[in-house]
Design a protein around this ligand. Sequence first.
Ligand code: SF4
Length: 73
Amino acid sequence: MADKCTFCYHRVATGLLPACVEACPTQARIFGDLRSKASRLVRFTRMNRIHVLKPSLNTQPKVYYAQLDGEVR
Ligand code: SF4
């Protein structure tokens, strides 16, 4: 059974990173608060072209992707 991502609320609420962010050996995932101007996440979004999946659905997703090609979107 698959569960929907909760952004690891149980971990983040205690100051930990989401499990997948912490475990990723290539640090492919960045987690943070977009309102925190000094965060690594904000710097990354400024320096990369950021996309969401299926923007036409207007669901305002909170997971962003860098360097997607047209077929993934
Ligand atoms: S490990 Fe990652 S994908 Fe799974 S619930 Fe936590 S944040 Fe979501």
